[in-house]
Design a protein around this ligand. Structure first.
Ligand code: C2E
Ligand code: MG
Ligand code: MG
Ligand code: MG
Length: 289
C-alpha cells in the first residue's frame, strides 16, 4: 500500500486541512497505519419504521480518532484516503466491523436488524469488492440480505463497470441502496438500469419541510416513482416530529435523522436502550457477555 501513496499530490490536501485550533492536520501521514493502530471507529445511526416506530437497522458511519486532533468525520479524511489508495483497506475494516457489530446485536435480538454501509468509488471499482463482501459475510455468518451497500450517483460514472458490481452484489443476495438520491443529475436513468433495492431521499429535500411546496412535490414524485419501481425508500435528515409526520403522510415510512437518533458508538448503545424521540424508547438487545 505504501507504494501506491502519491506523496506530492497529497500535500495539497493536507496543508488545506486545519483543525478547530488552526493546526494543520497531517492527514496523509497519520492515515498510514491508522487501521492497525485501531484509530477508526464506527458510529451507528438508527433507521426506523414509522409504521410502528420500530428500529429496523443501522447505518454505519466512519469516524477517525486522530492522534492529535480528536474525532474526525468522514468529510475530513475519506477523500484523502481515496487519493492515497488506503480506502480499500479502511473499507474492508468498515465492512468487517459493521458486520461483527450487527452479528452481536442480532445474536441476542428477536428482530433481524440490517446494517447499511457506505462505500467509496475506489472500493466499488475494485474487482475484488464483491468477493471481499462475501468473505466478511462468511466470517460472521450473516444472511446477505441484512447487509445494504450504499452507493452514490457520482460513483456510477463508469456505468458499465458499476452495473457489473451492483449485479454481482445482488447475485450474492446483498442489497444495494442509492444514497443522497435526487442530489445528483442522472437519477432516473440509474434506476431504470440498476437492480437496486432502495433509494435514500437526500436530506436537502427534507431540510426545509414543512413549508417548502416544491420540496414536498419532489418527495411526492420520488415516492410515486419508487412505488412503481417497487423500491424501498428511506428519508434522511429527519430532525423534527413534523418532518416525520409529513414523510409518513407522503408514504415514506422508513426514516433516519437526528430526531430519532444521532450516530453513536456501539458502546453508547450498550445500556440496552435507545431513545427514538416522541418519548418512545426501544430496547436494543444487549450482546451476551
Ligand atoms: P451519508 O451516507 O449520506 O450519511 C448521512 C450523514 O448525515 C452522516 O454524516 C450523518 O451523521 C448525517 N446526518 C444524519 N442524520 C442527520 C440529520 O438529521 N441532520 C443532519 N444535519 N445530518 C444528519 P457523517 O457521519 O459526517 O458522514 C458523511 C458522509 O461520509 C456520509 O454521508 C457518507 O457519504 C460518508 N461516509 C460515512 N461513513 C463512510 C464509510 O465508512 N466509508 C465511506 N467511503 N464513506 C463514508
Ligand atoms: Mg456530520
Ligand atoms: Mg449513507
Ligand atoms: Mg446520504
Amino acid at each position: 500500500e505504501a507504494k501506491r501513496c502519491g506523496k506530492g499530490k497529497i500535500c495539497a490536501y493536507s496543508s488545506n486541512l486545519r483543525d478547530k485550533s488552526g493546526t494543520r492536520l497531517n492527514i496523509e501521514q497519520n492515515l498510514y497505519g491508522a487501521v492497525e493502530r485501531n484509530e477508526f471507529e464506527l458510529f451507528y445511526q438508527p433507521i426506523i419504521d414509522l409504521a410502528d416506530f420500530r428500529l429496523i437497522g443501522f447505518e454505519a458511519l466512519l469516524r477517525w480518532n486522530h492522534p492529535a486532533s480528536g474525532l474526525l468525520e468522514p468529510g475530513q479524511f475519506v477523500h484523502v484516503a481515496e487519493e492515497v489508495g488506503f480506502i480499500d483497506c479502511i473499507g474492508n475494516w468498515v465492512v468487517a466491523e459493521a458486520l461483527k457489530q450487527l452479528n452481536s446485536w442480532n445474536e441476542v435480538g428477536q428482530g433481524q436488524l440490517f446494517m447499511a454501509v457506505n462505500v467509496s468509488a475506489g472500493q466499488f471499482k475494485n474487482e475484488q469488492f464483491t468477493r471481499q463482501i462475501q468473505d466478511a459475510l462468511d466470517t460472521y455468518q450473516l444472511p446477505p440480505h441484512l447487509l445494504e451497500i450504499e452507493i452514490t450517483e457520482a460513483m456510477l460514472q463508469d456505468f458499465h463497470q458499476s452495473r457489473k458490481v451492483v449485479n454481482s452484489l445482488r447475485e450474492i443476495g446483498v442489497r444495494v441502496a442509492i444514497d443522497d438520491f435526487g442530489a445528483g443529475y442522472s437519477s432516473m436513468a440509474l434506476l431504470k438500469h440498476l437492480p437496486v433495492s432502495r433509494i435514500k431521499i437526500d436530506r436537502s429535500f427534507v431540510i426545509a419541510l414543512p413549508g417548502a411546496e416544491r420540496d414536498l412535490g419532489m418527495v411526492a414524485a420520488i415516492m410515486q416513482m419508487a412505488k412503481s419501481l417497487d423500491l424501498d425508500v428511506t428519508a434522511e435528515g429527519i430532525e423534527t416530529a413534523e418532518q416525520a409526520r409529513i414523510l409518513s403522510e407522503l408514504g415514506c415510512q422508513t426514516i433516519q435523522g437526528y430526531y430519532f437518533g444521532h450516530p453513536m458508538g456501539a458502546y453508547d448503545y450498550s445500556n440496552g436502550w435507545i431513545s427514538l424521540g416522541m418519548g418512545k424508547n426501544y430496547f436494543l438487545p444487549r450482546p451476551g457477555r
